[in-house]
Design a protein. Structure first.
Length: 127
């Protein structure tokens, strides 16, 4: 049990460090003014939470399938089709959430900053 707690704490610490690094990089890359940063980061955190919720749903679908495979249960074609469709819907939802977030920044960021943010997010996905 102690090992599991340590791993959770370590993972939590790693996430916090990554979040701090991302805030620093975004502030620098976007050249955010303090007033902009005050408004930007709460929206950004909400956006990240929305994406995290979608990813969690995707992982749950995959986990259920892997569990059945691991237990050597028979998986029906309809179960596979349903899982694929659900994941596809979630991927589309991710794209919509990304688009709404980026385009919704037009009241806070100038066009150059919006472009940089879009490119930054693409780089983040690759890392």
């Amino acid at each position: 049990m102690d090992d599991e707690k340590w791993e959770r704490d370590d993972e939590h610490g790693r996430r916090e460090r990554m979040e701090t690094m991302m805030v620093w990089r975004l502030t620098e890359e976007l050249d955010l003014k303090p007033v902009q940063a005050e408004k930007f980061f709460p929206r950004f955190r909400e956006h990240r939470k929305n994406l995290s919720d979608i990813q969690k749903e995707q992982r749950e679908i995959g986990k259920r399938l892997r569990q059945k495979i691991g237990e050597e249960e028979k998986i029906s074609k309809s179960e596979v089709t349903s899982a694929i469709k659900k994941i596809t819907v979630l991927r589309k939802k991710t794209v919509d959430v990304e688009e709404n977030f980026l385009l919704g920044m037009d009241d806070l960021l100038d066009p150059l900053q919006m472009s940089i943010l879009g490119m930054f997010k693409q780089e983040m996905l690759r890392e």
